[in-house]
Write a protein that binds this ligand. Structure first.
Ligand SMILES: C[S@@+](CC[C@H](N)C(=O)[O-])C[C@H]1O[C@@H](n2cnc3c(N)ncnc32)[C@H](O)[C@@H]1O
Length: 157
């Protein structure tokens, strides 16, 4: 199984990119992982929030491959402890042969078309993070999950 994180727009702030890069490098030790970036939508200022979500949704759906298992990161999704998330990832390695793809929405979230296509929605907290910051939170949690599954001394209960 390969894990992808699909995001919209490049990571703006150096302090986020640096952190994301650090965890991406660490993750490569455990499993194939890539962060796939959809370029920012052009002329976004001329679009309503709804139109922006629709456009972003079209790009998200265009980037899916046959056989992808699509999981949306959404503050209203199912919530997990880090141990539960580790066990969720482990189960997926047994059931998914292709790509487990997590997607982060744009500043206004996801279009209905994207929600309709998703297999699951998972939350990383009840609080809302920026679409930039949640990238770092996700890669750290995925790294944490991999260390839990490998009995490594990173996570402490
Ligand atoms: C600024 S949030 C969008 C908030 C928007 N009001 C909504 O209804 O989705 C941007 C994206 O970051 C991700 N996100 C933010 N907080 C999250 C959380 N606590 N758990 C999971 N994903 C989150 C989601 O993918 C969301 O679409």
């Amino acid at each position: 199984m390969k894990i992808s994180l699909l995001v919209i727009g490049k990571t703006d702030a150096g302090y986020f990119s640096q952190g994301i890069q650090e965890y991406e490098n660490r993750l490569k030790h455990y499993l194939p992982f890539e962060m796939q970036v959809i370029p920012d939508i052009k002329n976004v200022k001329n679009l309503s929030e709804e139109q922006q979500k629709e456009k972003e949704g079209e790009f998200i759906l265009k980037n899916l491959l046959a056989g992808d298992y699509l999981v949306l990161l959404d503050e209203r999704g199912k919530d997990f402890s880090s141990l539960q998330f580790a066990s969720y990832i482990e189960k997926k390695t047994h059931t998914i042969s292709k790509r487990l793809i997590f997607v982060i929405g744009g500043p206004y979230g996801f279009s209905k078309a994207v929600y309709d296509k998703a297999a699951e929605k998972i939350s990383l907290s009840k609080m809302t993070f920026s679409h930039q910051m949640i990238r770092l939170v996700f890669v750290e949690q995925l790294y944490r999950a991999m260390t839990i599954l490998n009995n490594e001394p990173y996570h402490h209960e």
